[in-house]
Design a protein around this ligand. Structure first.
Ligand code: ADP
Ligand code: MG
Length: 466
């Protein structure tokens, strides 16, 4: 890869990370950072000093791995950090020492390498998603038990296993835990994890290139097939047809299939009957938001993983405040830890409360985005004209993008409801308010909408780096 390519990828990665890490913290860690090399499975990052290295490793590595894989177009699982500047200030040396001391000895790197080298196919599994890091509570016990059984007797216990539940509740984690467990006992097993979106993209790509036989061969010869967020196959007739045959080929030869979704099979709209009935013929298990105690236990486990101790009352506080899902719970914990570290604060209830407040505000602004940019990106995304959005018509095709623009004007730019109403064709402030509420409510139910919003936000930062 050329230097220019590396630098372009790095810019996009930083733009993405900047969205989830508060401003000053981000600048301290990623100042003078660069991407030195990149190949499947592995990246080398140049960082300014040891402090940055340790902080990134501890708090941002997972997001870094995700963003790098996305921009590179192949999975990156292991990162090595190269310190590029020799430190001058002695003060930095001492902070380095104290930080080193708190790092847990179990580095994740060897695990990553072991899996990617030994597995006969690129399994795409995240080695962090195991049964041992999965906390079981009342609301996910059934799913856990089913997954455990499948990992012990793949292809026999429950086939297919269908896990469903809202976003961020551990479906991907549990599904991959089965894959990791199987590979750990039988490394020769061909386990393949794929998001439904990648499956359909890959299908279309192979079709266009006239290489559909390669695609069939790849998917019909695996032992354990993990397909994530299957609801996204809705409405895609060609992919459904292909998936149906893949499913049958695997099922008939007792290969294990695990699917996840945000809904039960019969509720996925535009899904062929023959598929939904097959999805339902094994075991269906739901996953729900864990209760307060389990959320607290999850936080405790995450702290232990990072080798950090926080007082119980602070964990309880965070667990009480975050009632949406576990992904957000983790996000809140990370932000709290980053805030405490960046500002050298003790872990008291007070400082944690303060940190959590800054979490909610630091997530929001996208400084460089303007009103015009939001409008034009959303219009382009949904293929509608701005004048129609501002106009009076209420067709479904217009209402959704209109509401999304209003939501983004509120959340990204902090515009008032009257100002939003004025921007969108002189509408009343109550209309703006209802639109924003509508989207917020919808976001809680629809992973598809969350996905769309994520895409749209990605377009913001791509367009602001141009
Ligand atoms: P989903 O696929 O349902 O959207 P994920 O599996 O991606 O959710 O989970 C979101 C995050 O929450 C992941 O980092 C995962 O490790 C964590 N998580 C979810 N459930 C649990 C659990 N029961 N114990 C520990 N961590 C969990
Ligand atoms: Mg998932």
């Amino acid at each position: 890869m050329t230097e220019t390519q590396l630098s372009t990828i790095w810019k996009l990665v930083l733009k993405e990370l900047e969205l989830s890490i508060s401003g000053t913290v981000f600048k301290t860690w990623f100042k003078k950072s660069s991407l030195l090399s990149l190949k499947p499975g592995f990246a080398e990052i140049g960082v300014e000093n040891n402090f940055a290295k340790n902080a990134i490793k501890k708090y941002a590595e997972e997001r870094l791995v995700g963003a790098l894989s996305k921009q590179a177009g192949f999975p990156v699982t292991s990162i090595s950090y190269i310190i590029q500047e020799v430190k001058t200030a002695t003060q930095q040396d001492t902070s380095t020492l104290t930080l080193e001391a708190t790092i847990t000895p179990t580095s994740t790197v060897p695990v990553f390498q072991l899996n990617s080298k030994e597995a006969p196919v690129q399994s795409n599994l995240n080695p962090r998603y195991t049964f041992s890091t999965f906390i079981v509570g009342n609301r996910n016990r059934l799913a856990y038990a089913a997954a455990k059984a499948v990992s012990e007797r793949p292809g026999i216990a429950y086939n297919p296993l269908y896990l469903y539940g809202g976003v961020g509740l551990g479906k991907t984690h549990l599904m991959q835990a089965v894959g990791n467990e199987i590979i750990s006992h039988e490394p020769q097993k061909r386990v393949l994890y794929v998001s439904c979106e990648n499956f359909t993209n890959e299908f279309v790509y192979h079709l266009q290139k006239g290489k559909i036989d390669d695609f069939k061969k790849k998917y019909r010869t695996i032992d354990v097939f993990l397909i994530d967020d299957i609801q996204f196959i809705a409405g895609k007739a060609g992919s459904q047809e292909e998936f149906f045959h893949t499913f049958n080929a695997l099922y008939q030869t007792n290969r294990q299939i695990i699917l996840t979704s945000d809904k039960v099979p019969s509720e996925i709209p535009n899904l062929e009957e023959r598929l939904s009935s097959r999805f339902a013929q094994g075991m269906i298990a739901d996953m729900q938001l864990p209760d307060l105690e389990t959320r607290q236990a999850i936080l405790l486990a995450k702290c232990q993983e990072k080798g950090i101790g926080l007082p119980d009352e602070t964990l309880l506080f965070i667990a009480e405040r975050v009632e949406t899902n576990i992904r957000e719970l983790e996000g809140a914990l990370t932000t709290v830890l980053m805030h405490l570290e960046a500002n050298q604060l003790p872990a008291t209830l007070d400082s944690v409360q303060q940190a959590l407040r800054s979490f909610h505000t630091s997530q929001k602004p996208l400084k460089k985005t303007s009103i015009e940019q939001i409008c034009s990106i959303v219009c382009e995304y949904y293929n509608v004209e701005l004048k129609d959005i501002q106009g009076p018509h209420r067709q479904k095709e217009l209402v959704k993008p209109r509401q999304i623009i209003m939501y983004l004007l509120k959340n990204e730019l902090g515009l008032t409801f009257p100002a939003i109403g004025r921007q969108i064709g002189g509408r009343d402030h109550t209309t703006a308010m209802h639109s924003v509420e509508k989207i917020e409510k919808e976001m809680k139910k629809s992973t598809e909408l969350l996905e769309e919003l994520k895409r749209i936000k990605e377009l913001f930062y791509v367009s602001s780096t141009k």
